[in-house]
Structures are given as C-alpha cells and as structure tokens.
Design a protein around this ligand. Structure first.
Ligand code: SAM
Length: 254
C-alpha cells in the first residue's frame, strides 16, 4: 500500500490528521503486511500512539503500551509550570504517573535530585519503568504506594489524576473510552474525587514550600482551588489558552 492509499483509508475512517498519521505508520511498518495490519487497526479505532508504541510529549518520545493512558499535549503546560516553580535540585513525585511522561519531561528540563513515580495500574507501572529508568517507580493506591522516607520531602508533586466526571466518560472519543482504562479517566461525580484525595494527603508528603500541581478543566478550577485551600495549601490557578490547559497549584507553607 502506498502512502496516498494509506492517507485516503485513514481519511475515510475520520482521522483528522490523516497525512501525518500515514507518514508515521509507513515509517513504523517494516513490511507491506505490517503496514496493512497497522492501518486496519487504526481504521478500527485503536489510538495511533498504542500502534506506534510511543507518544510525543513535551519534545520527548515516550513509550506508551496498550492499556496505558496516552499523555495529552496540553499536559505539557503542567510540566512548564512545575519547572518554573521548582527549587534547585528538587525531589519530585509523579503521582498517578501513567506512562511516566510528566516525570520524564520534568527530568529532561530540570534534572531532579530524586524522582519517584507511582500508579495503581500494573501496565502503567511497567511502562513508567521503561520511561523513567533512573527513577523509583512504585505501584499502589495513591500515597500508599510510597516509601515513608519520602514523607515531608517532596518539592514538586505532579498529579495529572483522572478528572472526567463519571457521566461525561460516555461522551469521550472512542479512542479514549474504549482503549484507555476507566480508572485513568473517571474522576467520580464531579470529576474531582481523586483530586480531593491527593490534596488531602499532600501536606504530609510535601517539603516546606513544596508545590502540588493538578490539571483540571477550566470549570473545575475554582472548586479545586478551594479543595487545595481546605487542605492547608496556598492555591493558584494557571491557564494556557494556546493549548487549552488549566492547572491548579497548591503550595505548602515555607
Ligand atoms: C489521566 S491518567 C494520567 C497519566 C499521566 N499522569 C499522564 O498525564 O499521562 C491518570 C492515571 O491515574 C492512575 N490512577 C487512577 N487511580 C489511581 C489511584 N487510586 N492510585 C494511583 N494511580 C491511580 C491511572 O491508572 C492513570 O494512569
């Protein structure tokens, strides 16, 4: 199959960036049969990143395995905010790390003294270990996964937790709804269940002056800022219109 044929098959299936995707699939396939299989699976709705085995995130190529959340372009803004707030030689925690994309991007921009990452999903933990070979990658429910020696020492707590309200999951694009685990998407009734738990636990793990960063929708941001304030953190809302991202930070007392 030549590239124009791949483009027209992808376009007929509704792929918005058919030309770009065709180039990537043609480059990834080592035989015509493999290309045919990749195009078939893409046309059937599998995320491009799961087919390629990687996603581009914040200038990095991050390994993404099937069953692992695909890091979104907009979340690069959370990394930018984190880098801008981080002290020198920070201790960094990527909580709900998925592939570990945020930790990897942060480390590429600002090498940390210590990097920890954690997720509840075995596939995510395995994937994060590939992307974060120099980090400590833990498995478990939020802070339960972490070594107690990390308590009170985290300067930067990256937390892109699930924040889609349960009712809205059904309206997500099939790529996400059918091919990413529900636990990576569903944030409960108002989407902020996980954020509440992360905020409540954060003061025990943050270093003095340390900052928790959580991505949310624009609509959720004022509620999330209140949640962080109730947890004893000083909240601030950051927005980037260019990529459509909202990040709420909560900073511990110095
Ligand atoms: C929206 S995805 C974000 C992944 C990654 N931070 C990123 O931005 O690419 C949320 C992640 O949270 C994880 N997760 C959900 N509930 C969790 C829990 N109770 N404890 C730890 N991780 C959890 C999911 O497995 C998923 O990998």
């Amino acid at each position: 199959m030549d590239t124009p044929t791949v483009v027209s098959r992808l376009r007929a299936a509704g792929c918005v960036f058919a030309e770009d995707e065709a180039d990537l699939l043609v480059a990834a396939a080592t035989t015509p049969a493999e290309l045919d299989a990749l195009v078939e699976r893409r046309v059937a709705g599998l995320p491009l990143e799961h087919l390629l085995g990687w996603a581009e995130f914040h200038g990095l190529r991050v390994t993404v395995r099937p069953g692992v959340f695909v890091p979104r372009h907009r979340t690069g803004f959370l990394v930018d905010v984190a880098v801008s707030l981080a002290p020198p030689d920070p201790v960094v925690l990527d909580l709900c790390c998925g592939s570990g994309a945020l930790g990897a991007a942060f480390a590429a921009a600002r090498p940390p003294r210590e990097l920890h990452a954690a997720d509840v999903e075995p596939a995510a933990v395995e994937c994060a270990r590939l992307n974060l070979p120099d980090a400590h990658v833990h498995r478990g429910d939020l802070y339960d996964a972490l070594p107690s020696a990390l308590r009170g020492r985290v300067d930067v707590l990256l937390a892109n937790v699930p924040y889609v309200p349960s009712d809205a999951v059904a309206t997500m694009p099939p790529e996400a709804r059918l091919h990413e685990p529900l636990v990576a998407l569903d944030g409960g009734a108002d989407g902020l269940d996980l954020a509440r738990r992360v905020a409540a636990g954060a003061p025990g793990w943050l270093a003095p002056g340390g900052t928790l960063l959580i991505e949310s929708s624009e609509r959720q941001a004022p509620v999330l800022a209140e949640i962080l304030a109730e947890a004893g953190l000083s909240p601030r809302v950051h927005s980037c219109d260019e990529v459509g991202a909202t990040v709420v930070t909560g900073t511990a007392k110095p």
